[in-house]
Design a protein around this ligand. Sequence first.
Ligand code: SF4
Ligand code: SF4
Length: 136
Amino acid sequence: MIREKKNPKKNSEVQKIIELSKEKIDDCMQCGKCSAGCPANAGMDILPHQVIRFLQIGDVKKLRESKSIWNCAACFTCESRCPRDVSVSKLMEAVRQTVVRKQGEDRLTPEVVSKLMRDRDMPQQAVVSGFRKYSK
Ligand code: SF4
Ligand code: SF4
């Protein structure tokens, strides 16, 4: 059964991260197993379980400004240790994505993409990946 709890702190920024990651942040019980096993935790100013807590209280700004999102190695150790099946890794990636998208808002439009696709020297994977990063 899918549990859906109401959370007044789920502002639009948190909703966007949930939409991108497909994770259920309310399932996290703050046990800290993800942080304890994270191989990159020494370089993080906000530990993995705290990342979820900030999302639960609706403070995405703190996460966007933290170095933790860039120090996460996307190794999925946190996900494999979580007793509630929550992936901090996917949430970190979603926060990173929102930062990158803000930086390059109008850099890659559908018109530019169609031009790039005609360039034989441009790997298609790079275009698709860039479009995913720089489009909303
Ligand atoms: S291991 Fe899972 S339940 Fe525990 S704090 Fe981390 S995300 Fe939350
Ligand atoms: S995916 Fe990131 S947060 Fe999770 S254990 Fe690996 S480095 Fe730590």
